[in-house]
Design a binder for this molecule. Structure first.
Ligand SMILES: [Zn+2]
Length: 262
């Protein structure tokens, strides 16, 4: 390799330019929140597989030999339908080492929230400072998603100041806790995405427990979600699931399947 790549990467947080070796692998979502070995499931192939004659014959034969159905389908799922997409989790070289280290303490605060399932009763006991770190952790994660690479966000100063409690910009974050309504067949899909409305743009990022949407307009009132800043309040309401409409999540999910199969 030529030594040509000097300082060609711009850090998404501090804005400075660095050489490849001074950049780091940022996990989005954070490691330990379901972002380790990310598996891709081919849904189109899944439907084809389960209606195919040969697979049905194979299942029938195994059933005759007394093998439980869930073992058989689990086997097919593992061997034929899922491929390891990101063996080390989803990462991007979007931050310099210094900024990645700086954001590490926000990730730690978020991990405490994650491990307590965002339960309002437990989170009420957190210091306000920790709650702001949780909020900043999620805003910061959106800096690293590929769909937002060209977006100039107005919350950089808010994130970079560990003591700031003021953000008056255009970007809102709403979230829900995952449940059966958000996850087809219980598969927790943590792909990122972007959808565009007349009102503005919606980005999505999720982990094993929560789905987050960052958007530059107030959410549509038909979608029930918790505003991320509500965690600062006592007894905030944690919305579980995406409801019958599927919310933004269903639209992001469908559009990504659609694009993948084009
Ligand atoms: Zn930086």
């Amino acid at each position: 390799m030529a030594v040509y790549d000097d300082k060609q990467h711009q850090c998404r947080l501090c804005g400075n330019y660095y050489s490849d070796s001074d950049m780091s692998e940022e996990h989005y979502p954070a490691r330990n929140t379901g972002n380790e070995d990310v598996v891709a499931v081919d849904l189109g192939k899944m439907f084809d597989t389960f209606i195919s004659e040969s697979v049905r014959a194979e299942i029938g034969e195994k059933l005759n030999h007394g093998e439980p159905l869930e073992n058989i389908t689990g086997d097919i799922f593992d061997t034929q339908l899922s491929t390891s997409l990101f063996p080390k989790g989803r990462t991007a070289r979007t931050l310099c080492r210094k900024c990645n280290t700086f954001l590490g303490k926000y990730d730690e605060a978020y991990l405490r929230f994650f491990n307590l399932d965002g339960n309002p009763k437990s989170i009420n006991g957190f210091q306000q400072h920790t709650k702001y770190q949780i909020i900043k952790a999620i805003y910061a994660k959106f800096l690293s998603i590929p769909e937002a690479a060209d977006e100039a966000f107005d919350f950089i100063d808010f994130i970079r100041d560990n003591d700031s409690t003021v953000y008056n910009g255009n970007w809102n974050i709403y979230f829900v806790k995952r449940d059966f309504s958000s996850d087809l067949l219980g598969m927790k899909d943590i792909r990122t995405g972007k959808i565009t409305f007349d009102e503005g743009v919606v980005y999505e990022l999720s982990d094993d427990k929560f789905i987050f949407n960052l958007m530059n307009f107030p959410k549509h009132s038909c979608f029930e979600m918790t505003n991320l800043f509500d965690i600062l309040k006592k007894n905030y309401k944690l919305v579980e699931g995406v409801g019958e409409s599927g919310g933004y999540h269903a639209q992001v999910f469908m559009s990504s399947i659609f694009n993948a199969n084009l």
